[in-house]
Design a protein around this ligand. Sequence first.
Ligand SMILES: [Zn+2]
Length: 79
Amino acid sequence: MLTFRRGLHYVGDWHTHPQAVPEASGTDIASMSSMVAASHHELSGFLMIIIGTLPLPQGLWISLHRPDGEWERLRIVAI
Ligand SMILES: [Zn+2]
């Protein structure tokens, strides 16, 4: 809780996959859904980032997982 008082908040998780273009597994989705539902926080959801073997951004997966179990994949848009 010391980190929370310092303004540091858990916002999600990241890991790597041995895929060129990573896709979240069913285990990944279930894990994030249970983690965000069981957590006490003021965020609207947690982020999951998966890094594949292609250079970024091609080898990147980002999704937002909400406490109600809904999730969506986020896309990177260059501006
Ligand atoms: Zn995974």
